[in-house]
Write a protein that binds this ligand. Structure first.
Ligand code: TXE
Length: 487
């Protein structure tokens, strides 16, 4: 059995307690993990506070911070195979995806490495004589980053990268469901040579470790990815010390297919949208909204593709859909699919757990037209597609927006005008036209409504980790004038 350690104040340690991690492909324990409790969290935040204010980190130039991030990027790239293997083992995500995703994570660190010395203040053309006024962008403070189990290295990179570029220090809480890749990543942070306390990485359970971290008075900003109900708890906790928050939550993203679309291409993109990563993706295109006139044709294309998907062990490079991360997740999906069928939804394909050990669930398509099915409303985080149809563009828009979420969306059409109209009318942080599930460090990522607020990726994300200081300098040599008049 493998054993992992947490990383606090530049040292690797066993943690206050330990817990077992399960391999989702077998349902068996494979590793022992450190469980951080209140005292560990407190030490980690205090180490980050100390590193923020004293020692080598605040003395570094922005360019030097960038160089450390470049080094980290190179180490991630060099160790991508090992990190991918650990992520696949601990979360069940297929090796085909973890290997390519982690190689790309290195580019996220490079992007923020390059940004570190481009975070600028401004000189203001102030409306007063004899006054120079300028702004400085200063690090916001200690950041608490909380990530879920899906794509942990990726979701951590979009927080760690901009936070360090901005000069912050950070405490990262890996998910208790599969923390191995992030705990291993801590070794690369250490090797890259970041001063101690700048990056701290631990894991533990949400109600204990997560709560202690989000309530800690030393935390200035909380960057959270996870479920909406946890997010509400995080925001309540942040009120303790008025920490700012950025929240990247779930979705029930619409995938809209018009009759004039290239249906073969749209069907492939829909497979990527809902069956890649076994649907365990915040941007999963889990609601297919298809024009009624092509519904049957599109569903038969999709059914054939879904049934041809290779389900198997996540370490086989031929596998396309592996197990879900936890038994709890699979049981939840089973329940919601059964309730949806009871409510009148028609099973087009799938609809049951996979054979054998491990937390497998078959790629599933549910025709929910005219039915009030739970699968249409609930974020399932699994390979389950709910199908609805429309006759007019207005109906398509209404269905696309008929959810409190608003993270991603897809529109498939050959009409340029319609594509633009849909972009304007869909309430979501991302609209993909004739494509799906594309991401880049250069492109902002985040949601509307219950999908959260704040953006990860892009220039603006680094600014979210800064606060502005305004400096007023009086240049006149005469004494300060009438003190009872505000100038
Ligand atoms: O997320 P949680 P889980 C959705 C998806 C999924 C559901 C639950 O629908 O089925 O959320 O997934 C920590 N204070 N998404 O259980 O519980 C927890 O330890 C502070 C959407 O993974 O929100 C973990 O590190 N932290 C999504 C992190 O929060 C707390 C990604 C996420 O856990 C806490 C994941 C607390 N009180 C799930 N309680 C997306 N956007 O990709 C828990 N945590």
């Amino acid at each position: 059995m493998q054993s992992f350690e947490q990383y606090v104040d530049g040292a690797f340690e066993a943690g206050s307690a330990r817990f077992d991690s399960i391999d989702p492909a077998t349902g068996k324990v494979w590793a022992s993990m450190p469980e951080a409790r209140e005292a560990d969290v407190d030490r980690a935040v205090k180490a980050a506070e100390q590193a923020l204010r004293t020692g080598a980190w605040p003395a570094l130039t922005a360019t030097a911070r960038g160089k450390l991030l470049y080094k980290l990027a190179d180490l991630v790239q060099a160790n991508a195979a090992k990190l991918a293997e650990l992520e696949t083992r601990d979360t069940g995500k297929i090796i085909r995806e973890t290997a390519s995703q982690i190689a790309y994570v290195a580019d996220y660190y490079r992007y923020y490495a390059g940004l570190a010395d481009k975070i600028e203040g401004a000189t203001l053309p102030i409306d007063k004589a004899d006054m120079e006024v300028w702004t400085r962008r200063e690090p916001i403070g200690v950041v608490a980053a909380i990530v879920p189990w899906n794509s942990q290295l990726f979701l951590a990179a979009v927080k760690i990268g901009p936070a360090l570029a901005a000069g912050c220090t950070i405490v990262v809480k890996a998910s208790e469901d599969g923390p191995a890749p992030l705990l291993e990543f801590a070794r690369l942070v250490h090797e890259a040579g970041f001063p101690k306390g700048v990056v701290n990485i631990l894991t533990g359970f949400g109600p204990r470790c997560g709560s202690a971290l989000t309530k800690h008075p030393g935390v200035a900003h909380i960057a959270f990815t996870g479920g909406p109900s946890t997010a509400a708890q995080v925001v309540r906790n942040s009120a303790e010390n008025l920490a700012s928050t950025s929240l990247e939550l779930g979705g029930k993203s619409p995938f809209v297919v018009f009759a004039d679309a290239d249906l073969e291409s749209a069907a492939n993109a829909q497979v990527a949208g809902i069956f890649a990563a076994a649907g365990q993706s915040c941007v999963a295109g889990s609601r297919l909204i298809v024009e009624a006139s092509v519904k049957e044709r599109f569903l038969s294309l999709l059914k054939a593709k879904a049934e041809a998907i290779r389900i198997g062990t996540p370490f086989d490079v031929a596998t396309e859909v592996g197990p879900l991360c936890t038994r709890r997740q699979r049981d939840h999906i089973e329940k919601v699919v059964a309730a949806s069928v009871d409510a009148g939804a028609t099973l087009v394909t799938g609809g049951r757990a996979g054979d054998g050990e491990g937390f497998y669930y078959l790629p599933t398509i549910l025709d929910c037209d005219g039915v009030k099915a739970a699968s249409v409303e609930t974020e399932l985080f699994g390979p389950v597609l709910s199908v609805l149809s429309f006759n007019t563009e207005d109906e398509a828009v209404a269905l696309a927006n008929a959810t409190p979420y608003g993270l991603a969306s897809g529109v498939f059409t050959r009409s340029l005008g319609r594509a633009h109209r849909m972009v304007r009318r869909i309430r979501a942080g991302i609209v993909w036209i004739n494509t799906y599930r594309a991401v880049s460090p250069i492109a902002p990522f985040g949601g509307y409504g219950q999908s959260g607020h704040g953006r990860e990726g892009g220039l603006a994300a680094a600014l979210d980790y800064t606060r502005t200081k305004t400096v007023w300098l009086r240049t006149a040599d005469e004494p300060f004038p009438d003190p009872f008049v505000m100038r």
